[in-house]
Ligand binder design. Structure first.
Ligand code: GCU
Length: 415
């Protein structure tokens, strides 16, 4: 056989292999192709396709939420104009939700900068250990919900928050900088909304109000419940004259970053989204097959997503959707993804891949999207309508992250 024929044969074999390798794989999920194969051409088409994407992500992953409750009441139980040595006005608000005779409640802690011109823009985000953990301020109500008691968060015995729990998570909340830059900070505790403990999942907080939603395959998952609570926080902010509800960014770290993204995706009242190392089920692209996978998510945290998501275990690289769909739902509103070099679980490259895949939607909607170019160097933020950075270090919220969030918010939320 001649060399040229051998070469041809090898080429044919290689092609066959590539084609075979792609067999069974889903095409890259195109935000601009309707389920029926038609293409999005106009902004009106996009609105319809957006609805389709919202349905897909709700049905296949996050689960069905109840919508805005009819019976929701805001009880402002604390108002102190001289909090944090006079820098801020502290408000604490209990949100009461009743449904068929059952009640759920959770608290908002709000700091409003006194020096800034009111109404001020705000940043709202869930916290991990209770409102009293984000700052040592003795005026913050201790949560009555369960709190963990660990070396990292020495909170008190028997899951009950004690005075020892004040400020234990303060390093991740740049309260002074947020206020100094003219933003109100609004926070609420995940465990008051929906328990994150496997055995208690769906038993506490808001889930018992909606038993019918738990019967469904696309049940109201805990990440979605936390996102829904952020929207209820927004319901309150719309009534507060000190806050400009049109300029509220939703923030979250890690599992709570997953919720922040989903809140931004489902509730267009959020003017911007700040996601810190949200990782798998947040901004990480699954189809790269790196970092935490769907099997781990659904096994270790079975309550986070709807039961329907379980069918995708082991199918990360072969999903009919991916996380750029969540960013596409947020578009054209600004979204910032903060990542960290050693946070391999969250796969920073995978978060960047999601930003790149969502860029076309942001550009189609008339924004500058993600700045062009390769994966950025450490500490070199990219700032377009989509923002991104990677910093050294591990899974955490650092001052560097907050400074970028505030710079990004200044661009988009300050008048
Ligand atoms: C775990 C989980 C992540 C999550 C993180 C967190 O590491 O695997 O998906 O983001 O907890 O919430 O801190």
């Amino acid at each position: 056989m001649k060399w040229s024929s051998i070469f041809l044969l090898l080429m044919l074999l290689a092609c066959a292999k590539i084609t075979h390798g792609q067999e069974g794989n889903q095409a890259f999920p195109d935000p601009f192709t309707f389920t029926n194969g038609k293409k999005v051409k106009t902004l009106k088409d996009w609105e319809r396709r957006r609805g389709e994407i919202l349905d897909i992500m709700t049905r296949e992953m996050y689960g069905m939420a109840p919508g805005r409750p009819k019976n929701i009441r805001f009880e402002v139980f604390d108002q102190n104009k001289n909090a944090l040595a006079g820098k801020a006005t502290r408000k604490q608000v209990t949100i009461h939700i009743t449904e068929k005779g059952k009640e759920a409640q959770f608290d908002l802690l709000i700091y409003i900068p006194n020096h800034a011109k009111h109404p001020v823009p705000a940043i709202i985000g869930l916290n991990f250990i209770g409102n009293q953990a984000i700052h040592a301020d003795p005026g913050i109500k201790l949560t009555t919900a369960w709190v963990e008691n660990s070396k990292m968060f020495p909170c008190g015995a028997d899951g009950k928050a004690t005075e020892a729990c004040r400020g234990v998570n303060a390093s991740q909340w740049a309260v002074d900088s947020i206020l100094a830059r003219g933003y109100a900070l609004v926070t609420l505790y995940r465990e008051e909304v929906a328990s994150d403990r496997k055995a208690q999942a769906f038993q506490t907080g808001v889930h018992p109000l909606y038993p019918e939603l738990q019967q469904r395959e696309d049940n109201f998952g805990t990440v979605a419940a936390w996102a829904w609570a952020l929207s209820r926080g927004m319901d309150y902010l719309e009534t507060d004259k000190d806050i400009d509800a049109k300029r509220v960014a939703v923030f979250g770290f890690s599992r709570l970053g997953k919720s922040a993204l989903w809140a931004g995706a489902t509730d267009r009242r959020f003017a911007a989204v700040l996601s810190n190392e949200s990782g798998a089920g947040g901004a990480k692209q699954f189809r790269r097959g790196m970092g935490e996978d769907i099997n781990r998510l659904c096994t270790v945290f079975p309550h986070w997503f709807a039961g329907s998501f379980g069918k995708y275990k082991g199918r990360d690289t072969d999903l009919p959707f991916d996380q750029h769909f969540v960013l596409a739902l947020i578009a054209p509103r600004p979204v910032y993804l903060a990542t960290a070099e050693d946070d391999k679980n969250s796969d920073p490259q995978g978060e960047f891949a999601t930003a790149q895949a969502a860029d076309t939607v942001y550009r189609f909607l008339g924004t500058n999207g993600l700045p062009e170019g390769p994966f950025p160097a450490l500490n070199q933020p990219l700032t377009g309508q989509i923002g991104f950075h990677i910093r050294p270090g591990g899974h955490d919220v650092k001052m560097f992250d907050w400074i970028q969030f505030l710079n990004f918010s200044d661009l988009h939320l300050q008048k």
